[in-house]
Design a protein. Structure first.
Length: 179
């Protein structure tokens, strides 16, 4: 149930709050009690304890709870304005994706597409896990140090995901694509 709870929360809090009848404020927060009520009206068996345990046990820390509210930490396709902390990343970052989209990535680089940012990791293992969710995984090693030198800004989410607007192919380390 936890995995289904996490997926359902991600769907509502990142992409389709209207499907459960909630509203997100400008920073992506919604009232936790209302979320539980609306979810249960649709046949879900959500409790405060279940949601708190889902948030606490999430290996990726996708959500935050604060002052009776909940939000997704990043990855939104809906219009929210989360105040991410601008930060200098480690010299190398990683992006996990699926091999089926590599032709496009090799031509166009990494783009945020419908999300607010490109998501990057500070370790290849996490990137590999992300890539596996979408098919045969590929990990792209990225020269973040050069990106910073070139004036590209990075942000760090509350759950330690590195975010940027896009990554041009010139910052890819061509030797380290893995499947």
């Amino acid at each position: 149930m936890k995995m289904n709870t996490s997926k359902q929360l991600s769907y509502w809090l990142r992409h389709h709050p209207e499907d459960v009848g909630i509203e997100l404020d400008k920073e992506g927060w919604t009232d936790l009690d209302i979320l539980i009520q609306k979810a249960n009206e649709q046949g879900f068996n959500f409790t405060l304890e279940l949601i708190e345990e889902t948030v606490r046990s999430s290996d990726k820390q996708r959500f935050a709870i604060k002052d009776g509210k909940i939000r997704a930490n990043q990855g939104h396709s809906v219009d929210v304005d989360i105040k991410f902390t601008k930060a200098i990343p480690p010299d190398v970052l990683y992006h996990g994706t699926a091999s089926k989209v590599m032709d496009k990535i090799l031509k166009e680089g990494l783009d945020k597409m419908k999300r607010h940012h490109v998501h990057l990791s500070d370790n290849p293992e996490t990137a590999m896990k992300v890539g596996m969710r979408h098919g045969k995984p590929v990990v792209i090693k990225i020269d973040a140090k050069q990106m910073v030198k070139d004036g590209i800004e990075f942000y760090k989410s509350e759950n330690n995901v590195w975010l940027t607007e896009s990554v041009h192919t010139r910052y890819f380390d061509w030797r380290v694509f893995r499947t």
